[in-house]
Design a binder for this molecule. Structure first.
Ligand code: ZN
Length: 432
């Protein structure tokens, strides 16, 4: 660590103390963000807390202590997910749940995950301070290994909880040291058997709500601290393969060539035209090209393009996929090359019920915040739970949209405003 201003001082520097009210305490939140930032702090000022690492475990141990002090009954399952329960006035009612994760990418920021965890905890603290007992039971959940930096396959904790990590995946996972899931779990203090016992009937929860940094620019552009997530986009990966005729770059005349890379280039150029034709939340990206044989003096034989297509509605996303395939076929025909296409990954988008978006809008308006609705392009634990139960999400403004980077930043004012909105939303849900 350097002698620069501490993380705590940076958080408190512009904090508006008037935001500390109704049992929500900005200073406590800054102290806790600061304590967590020190666990796995990197030379570059970021954080390294991969799933199932000692650092992630220490972070969870610390937060478990705070949870217990706040009055929650805390348990941890065999997949490392931590749950803290608070009884309500009517314990026959389904609990309302909220939380996020404490693991990070290998040199990540201090808000992605911890903000959602500490926002939930701060709501519980506020209830304790104001002697408020919610109508229904409440659960605070910390999911393990969300980011996927351990195994290159994320959302492990929430998927274990919903019983959706297949046996085949459990066998094939290898972490960055080449260790199997079983070995990693044993080092962590669990076992594969306990991991599988982490499965619970998630439908016993009424709803799950997650606060997360936006990781985008919409709130900053709109000058608003907090926004409503309108849906969580699921990626579909399209693999398009153009096959032509290889030849010597010097001896093959330009006329009559069947160059698949020229066709691929035209396709890449056309892709940005299409998403907006289907919805204003759709995106499509060519992120990877495989050129074969990939020699400087060889007309390629084959080019494979990998396209990531996302939207928060499955119908428009699938229409966009069809349109891209149609375009690839038309381009191939014009260039006299062959084309095949196949879809590899298909993660269904998760809608956020309109009712919850409206409730969040009401909470935002109470705090004079314009209710901006933003699609989430990235996956979150809420996406996994959203396959079984209704979910809601709130985004907190991210400076310059930066995340997965030590420069990740959300002002304490925005973070605390997020807590007030979360608290209001949960209390609305408790009373209906
Ligand atoms: Zn996250």
């Amino acid at each position: 660590m350097t002698n620069e201003t501490s993380f705590y001082d940076k958080l408190m520097k512009d904090f508006d103390n008037k935001l500390t009210h109704s049992g929500v305490n900005g200073n406590r939140m800054a102290e806790r963000l600061d304590e967590l930032s020190a666990i796995g702090f990197t030379d570059l000022g970021g954080v390294k807390r991969p799933g199932y690492s000692d650092e992630e475990k220490r972070a969870k141990t610390l937060v478990k202590k705070w949870m217990t002090e706040a009055g929650l009954t805390v348990t941890e399952d065999g997949a490392g997910n931590v749950t803290g329960r608070l009884d309500g006035q009517n314990n026959d009612a389904k609990p309302i749940a909220s939380g996020s994760h404490l693991d990070s990418v290998l040199n990540g920021g201090h808000f992605d995950g911890p903000l959602g965890v500490l926002s939930t905890l701060e709501v519980v603290e506020s209830w304790k301070e104001t002697n408020y007992t919610p109508e229904k039971p409440f659960e605070m959940i910390i999911f393990s290994d969300e980011e996927g930096s351990r195994f290159n396959s994320g959302l492990t904790g929430s998927r274990a909880m919903t019983g959706t990590v297949s046996d085949a995946e459990q066998e094939s996972l290898r972490d960055y040291n080449g260790e199997t899931l079983e070995q990693v779990l044993e080092h962590y203090g669990s076992s594969l058997e306990a991991f599988n016992q982490a499965k619970r009937d998630v439908s016993e929860l009424e709803l799950f709500v997650e606060v997360h940094i936006e990781q985008g620019l919409k709130l900053e552009q709109a000058d608003q601290p907090v926004g409503i997530v309108s849906g969580i986009a699921g990626p579909a990966w399209l693999e398009i393969e153009f096959t032509g005729k290889a030849g010597h770059a010097g001896n093959t005349p330009m006329i009559g060539r069947k160059d698949p890379l020229v066709a691929a280039g035209e396709f890449v150029h056309k892709v940005p035209e299409f998403p907006g034709q289907f919805s204003d939340t759709a995106v499509a990206t060519v992120g990877k090209l495989d050129v074969s044989p990939n020699g400087i003096n060889v007309i390629p034989e084959k080019v494979t393009l990998h396209v990531d297509v996302r939207d928060i509605q499955e119908t428009t996303r699938n229409e966009l996929l069809d349109r891209l395939v149609q375009e690839a076929n038309a381009i191939a025909e014009r260039h006299g090359v062959q084309v095949t296409s196949k879809q590899n990954t298909d993660v269904a988008p998760v809608p956020i019920p309109e009712k919850f978006q409206d409730m969040l809008a009401a909470s935002l308006e109470k705090h004079d915040i314009a209710p901006i609705r933003i699609p989430s392009g990235a996956g979150h634990d809420a996406m996994i739970l959203g396959r079984t139960i209704p979910v809601a999400m709130l985004f907190v403004r991210s400076k310059d949209g930066i995340s997965h980077n030590p420069a990740e930043w959300s002002s304490l004012n925005d973070c605390v405003m997020g807590v007030h909105v979360l608290k209001d939303f949960i209390e609305q849900a408790m009373n209906q």
